[in-house]
Design a protein around this ligand. Structure first.
Ligand SMILES: *Cc1c(COP(=O)(O)O)cnc(C)c1O
Length: 374
């Protein structure tokens, strides 16, 4: 019998179904090994910060109450930390939720959202759900003769027109790890129409070591159409708690984002943990330094193996293996290492502990030795 279904919006029906990432315990069981390692989601390998565990234990006693909907303590702590007004700061249920709030606040159907491609996977999905056009500007080689891995800011500025409401610049870029420098970013901000909000997505800012890669919070001064997005999920190690934040030069931007907030979506635990994490700066810096040292070791080891890995300013590295991507990622999985493949383009590998990275390199060597024999 033919049945009528409530019609899903065409824009939503056309979205790819959500595919959960591979779980290391399931993979280990499937291939019959003790342990599989996951280098797929750019988490840090360290356990939660000690101050975070303490704060969570205390906050657990208050979870019969709703969270503070304005996240006043966290917002104030962030404002103090960065020397901005609390009115410029918005906390969100992960930076991805803030991306969605930005789309809701700025994109009516018929408007557009512009960003580089390949970049963060969420951007095109957000545009489609908002009914906005996604204007995707291809990456270009960061080095002569190298693979396309870096923002083409001149082309992105060109692409932003009177219909463009939001422009994302992911710096450093996920998944390639490359970063744009101060002079080109300033030129870009000068060129983008004032009617487009430029969102500098700095999810990996804490891992940046190149002094020429600007701090978006400094760069946005005096530019009311610029905002910066950051997260506690990566360097601060709170991926499981979901908390990110936006800092806008113009408080009106922060206010618009606040209006599209899902009530109480930043939990009591997330707020308490984020405040504690922000207060653990020394420990976070030590951890970040360890990740950066390991990133450099991993990059060198991959280059020794003939893989053209770009300089990463994040906590992951990019293997531009092109057509070999799907097969290589599957072969690594068969050797108990989960990475993040982008079919036909390359593989993103999160910097893990030295032991995890050695296991990854050994798996890679094993795969390649097997391929040579075959
Ligand atoms: C991880 C990531 C985020 C933040 O994610 P949340 O966990 O939602 O805070 C934002 N942007 C990029 C580019 C990321 O890679």
């Amino acid at each position: 019998m033919a049945q009528q279904r409530p019609p899903v919006r065409p824009a939503v029906a056309a979205l790819p179904a959500y595919r959960p990432g591979r779980n290391p315990a399931d993979l280990a069981r499937e291939i019959g090994v003790d342990r599989a390692i996951k280098l797929a989601s750019n988490e840090v390998a360290f356990p939660p910060l000690p101050a975070v565990v303490q704060a969570l234990a205390t906050a657990a006693g208050e979870t019969n109450r709703y969270p503070d909907n304005g996240a006043v303590v966290l917002t104030g702590a962030l404002a103090d930390h960065y020397g901005v007004d609390p009115a410029q700061v918005v906390a969100g249920c992960g930076a991805v939720m803030l991306c969605q709030q930005l789309a809701q606040a700025y994109n009516d159907p018929g408007t557009s959202m512009a960003f580089a491609w390949r970049s963060f996977e969420m951007y095109p999905l957000l545009a489609r759900v908002a009914g906005a056009r996604a204007v995707q500007v291809p990456l270009v080689p960061g080095r002569e003769g190298g693979p396309a891995d870096t923002h083409d800011l001149a082309a992105l500025a060109e692409a932003a027109d009177a219909t463009t409401r939001v422009v994302f610049v992911c710096n450093p870029n996920n998944p390639t790890g490359t970063a744009v420098r101060r002079a080109e970013l300033e030129r870009f901000l000068d060129a983008v129409p004032e009617t487009a909000l430029v969102v500098l997505d700095e999810a990996y800012r804490e891992f940046v070591t190149d002094p020429d890669v600007p701090d978006g919070l400094q760069l946005m001064r005096g530019r009311p159409n610029v905002a910066v997005l950051r997260t506690f999920s990566k360097a601060y190690g709170l991926a499981g708690l979901r908390v990110g934040y936006l800092v806008a030069e113009d408080p009106a931007v922060a206010e618009a984002v606040r209006k599209t907030h899902v009530p109480f979506s930043v939990s009591t635990l997330a707020q308490a943990a984020a405040v504690a994490a922000l207060g653990s700066g020394d420990e976070v810096r030590r951890r970040v330094a360890a990740v950066v040292a390991e990133r450099d070791r991993l990059t060198a080891a991959l280059r020794e193996r003939g893989i053209d890995v770009p300089d990463s300013q994040a906590n992951f590295v990019w293997l531009p293996v092109g057509e070999a991507t799907a097969e290589l990622a599957a072969a690594l999985e068969a050797r108990a290492v989960i990475t993040r493949p982008f079919a036909g383009e390359g593989i993103r590998v999160t910097v893990g502990t030295p032991e995890e990275d050695d296991a990854f390199l050994a798996a890679l060597d094993g795969v390649r030795a097997g391929a040579r024999v075959a």
